[in-house]
Design a protein around this ligand. Structure first.
Ligand code: S3P
Length: 428
């Protein structure tokens, strides 16, 4: 089996890229974002902002979008989009932009691809309606839907699900509302929105899982953001290195926001050798180099509900680590995984089982009994879900035989260069 060696810088963080783009709508003047995520999801956000009247210029390096410049006239200069705001596969695009346009005096129509049309928008439509936006949606509150922006009124929200997307949506609306808007999440979620606001000098107050904003009284000053590397992309390499004898891989300048670092904590508690070095800050976000060295077989652990939000996107790849660990790897309280780009619990179990993994699906997670080796050689269905595709690529590496991935191209949703980067760090 080839080991993973050397140094790799994975592309810019998708969550931070979305926010860096969307906050430009509140700025007056020129905004520059470096190391923007090349994810198709992020391109969807940029395209929607163009439709709302911002001037967006993307600069490419080797054919990959890298730096973006935006000319913004401030929130009041947004205009009614003549075309549908197409969020593609991106829940973050749809949910955050819904909050942005909820306070604007025009009609915005939202839609997405087949997968996004199956993801509930009730969790944003409901609070935005309560704040005063007029939303026209089918009874089930799935996309497509239409928002007629209106005078918004601040409110207090206590979220039923630990969702950073919903928190950000409400805050973006709250920055345009009369009175104070306060959001409390049930568990720790990624706090990129609050860090971005702090970096851009947007006033807010926060305490633990609660954050409050009022109407923004003056435009955000022109800004320049450099986006850290995406820990959710780095996660695939971390697991691959932890499972592959002889590996010694350093992932550089990775964002280590405490709301995203479950992958590090879990791999360490499974016995992986992970060294966090060169801690620093980049535009208000913590950043580190992460060195992963193969140490030996991992041990199973149990993940519980209160931890899941800090690593919601990493559960599929952690499940793969569990399949090759000693003992039992268990995930519970993770029903949110059924509402992602695919039903990730069902799809992951359906791929692991025929590969020879001893896995049992549960309503809110799964239980894997680890084995020393997994035969593989089976079909791997991504369901169009980028994270399942990348999990399949790593499965091909660590199983006895490669799996057959039906739709590897869907990786572009978050990481178009994944296969090339994997090849780069694999030593013969
Ligand atoms: C995101 C939050 C998470 C995550 C998604 C990106 C964000 O979703 O799964 O990939 O940028 O806020 P939820 O907050 O809805 O769990």
């Amino acid at each position: 089996m080839s080991s993973l060696q050397g140094f790799l810088t994975v592309p810019g963080d998708k969550s931070i890229s979305h926010r860096a783009l969307i906050f430009s709508a509140f700025a007056e003047g020129r905004v520059q974002i470096d190391n923007l995520s090349p994810a198709h999801d992020v391109r969807s956000t940029a395209d929607c902002l163009k439709k709302l009247g911002l001037t967006v210029v993307v600069r490419e390096v080797n054919g990959i979008p890298s730096t973006i410049e935006i000319e913004s006239g401030g929130i009041t200069s947004l205009k009614e989009p003549s075309a549908v705001l197409d969020a593609g596969n991106s829940g973050t695009t749809m949910r955050l932009l819904a909050g942005l346009v909820a306070g604007r005096p025009f009609v915005s129509r939202f839609d997405g691809d087949e997968s996004l049309r199956r993801r509930t928008m009730k969790r944003v439509i409901q609070p935005l309606s309560e704040m005063g936006a007029r939303v026209r949606a089918a009874e089930d509150m799935y996309a497509p839907f239409e928002i007629t922006g209106h005078q918004l009124y601040g409110k207090k929200f206590s979220l039923a699900v630990a969702s950073a997307q919903v928190e950000a949506c409400i805050l973006l609306a709250g920055l345009q509302a009369r009175g104070e808007t306060v959001v409390t999440a049930p568990y720790t979620v990624r706090d990129h929105t609050r860090r971005m606001m702090s970096f851009l000098n947007v006033p807010f107050h926060s305490h633990e899982r609660t954050i409050g904003v009022s109407c923004l009284t003056k435009p955000i000053a022109p800004y320049h953001v450099t986006v850290p590397s995406d820990i959710s992309s780095a996660a695939f390499f971390m697991v691959a290195a932890a499972l592959t004898p002889g590996s010694d891989l350093t992932l550089q300048a990775v964002g280590t926001n405490p709301g995203r670092t479950l992958i590090i904590d879990v791999l360490r508690s499974m016995g992986a050798d992970i060294e966090i070095r060169n801690n620093r800050e980049l535009c208000g976000e913590p950043v580190s180099d992460i060195r992963v060295r193969y140490r030996g077989p991992l041990s199973g652990v149990a993940l519980r509900k209160e931890e899941i939000a800090r690593g919601i996107d990493e559960i599929p790849i952690l499940g793969l680590a569990g399949a090759l660990s000693q003992g039992t790897f268990e995930v519970s309280g993770a029903e949110e995984l059924r509402h992602k780009e695919s039903d990730r619990i069902k799809a992951l179990c359906a791929n692991l089982l025929p590969a020879g993994v001893d896995v049992v699906e549960k309503p809110d997670g799964f239980v894997v009994t680890g084995k020393r080796s997994i035969p593989g050689g089976s079909a791997w269905s991504t369901k169009g879900d980028h994270r399942l595709a990348m999990t399949g690529m790593i499965a091909s590496l660590v199983f006895e035989q490669a799996v057959e991935i039906d739709d590897p191209d869907c990786m572009s949703v978050s990481y178009p260069g994944f296969a090339a980067d994997l090849t780069q760090v694999l030593s013969g």
